[in-house]
Design a protein around this ligand. Structure first.
Ligand SMILES: Nc1ncnc2c1ncn2[C@@H]1O[C@H](COP(=O)(O)OP(=O)(O)OP(=O)(O)O)[C@@H](O)[C@H]1O
Ligand SMILES: [Mg+2]
Length: 340
């Protein structure tokens, strides 16, 4: 297992006091590994932004510790903290560019601030390299108002990379963009992760974002982590209510004859495109009803769940279950709690 770059232990964040008190984060434990793309997904108000701001201590946790690259940030003085923070850049939904500065000057800005990084000529050269990496070599002299949302986010990414961070924290970085631009920005984040070795933390309310680029994911709900693990595992078989709400936003609303037993299949990617239902009918003469299906492709594999109604006949139902349980890459379990 690769080494941990950000470790969060027993972290709590409370805002306000008395009646106005908000427990924004409760007992968060999280390990983010060096070199991975880690997703934190949750609905609005779940505590995502608070959590990401606690990672670089822009928000001071009420309790608990944050350790970055072996250094306990929660124990540092402000000056040391500022230094450590330079290794963790952030990008936002609203891009946060300086409107009076060109793209090039925006990218130069953190280099000016850090004061360590050579003279103006060097800074400009570096900023141009970065604009090239993010695919905007010809927009150096454009002001933010002259750029599209996707282009603004590219400038923001170039700026975030200027100080050679180890971690890039992205708070809803694609939420203001259309689907095609979102894809392009996610592809860029993936490229930066793979080619520059930057660990990426992606905060989002959109499952598709996590599916497309994340290696692991944590589901945040009500200020608590409900489940975490490999994206494929969590999304193909969410174990918590919060997980199911995110993974199956329309809910598995099932209306069937009460007499039918139901079985839920979870696909873990090994059986993409197998015509299971047709094969069962053709080879075994067993007919199953598809009650609901929510399958999708992640990378080049299929994941998701399908709920089937078993035949009324007990023997046939048992045979169907045996068959389904023997399919490699598929978990079949009887469902009793999803009928609504
Ligand atoms: N500075 C603050 N003062 C008081 N309450 C706050 C503050 N910041 C956040 N909160 C509260 O903490 C909870 C979590 O907020 P947070 O912004 O982290 O959610 P989020 O998951 O990022 O939501 P969204 O998806 O809408 O951005 C909310 O109830 C919010 O009202
Ligand atoms: Mg937020």
């Amino acid at each position: 297992m690769s080494e941990t770059i950000i470790r969060i232990e027993h972290l709590y964040k409370t805002f306000g006091s008395g009646d106005g008190r908000v427990e924004a984060l409760q007992d968060i434990d999280l390990d983010i590994r060096k070199g991975e793309i880690f997703g934190i997904i949750g609905l609005s108000g779940a505590g995502k932004s608070t959590l990401v701001r606690c990672m670089n201590l822009l928000e001071k946790p009420t309790r608990g510790t944050v350790t970055f690259a072996g250094q306990e940030l929660t124990a540092l003085k402000e000056k040391e903290l500022r230094k450590a923070r330079r290794s963790m850049s952030m990008i936002f939904q609203g891009f946060n560019l300086l409107m009076q500065r060109t793209a090039l000057q925006n990218v130069c800005f953190p280099l000016e601030l850090s004061g360590l990084k050579g003279e103006a000529g060097w800074r400009e050269k570096r900023a141009r390299e970065l604009l090239k990496i993010v695919g905007l070599p010809d927009k150096a002299d454009a002001y933010p108002v002259q750029l599209s949302g996707g282009q603004k986010q590219r400038v923001a990414i170039a700026r975030a990379l200027a100080d050679e961070p180890q971690v890039l924290l992205c708070d809803e970085a694609t939420s203001a963009l259309d689907p095609t631009t979102t894809q392009a920005i996610l592809a860029l984040l993936k490229k930066i992760n793979r080619e520059m070795g930057v660990t990426v933390v992606v905060i989002t309310h959109e499952m598709r974002v996590v599916e497309q680029i994340c290696d692991r994911v944590a589901i945040l709900d009500g200020g608590m982590i409900q489940e975490q693990g490999n994206v494929a595992e969590i999304f193909s078989n969410p174990r918590t209510e919060a997980g199911r709400r995110l993974v199956m936003p329309n809910g598995e609303k099932i209306h069937v004859l009460p007499a039918n037993r139901l079985v839920r299949l979870a696909f873990n990617g090994a059986t993409s495109g197998e015509p299971i239902i047709a094969t069962l009918a053709a080879e075994q003469g067993i007919k199953l009803n598809i009650i609901s299906a929510d399958t999708r492709t992640i990378g080049d594999k299929s994941f998701g769940t399908m709920v089937l109604g078993l035949p009324q006949d007990e023997t046939e139902a048992a045979r169907a279950l045996i068959y389904l349980r023997e399919i490699p890459g598929v978990t079949a379990e009887e469902v009793t709690d999803l009928v609504q």
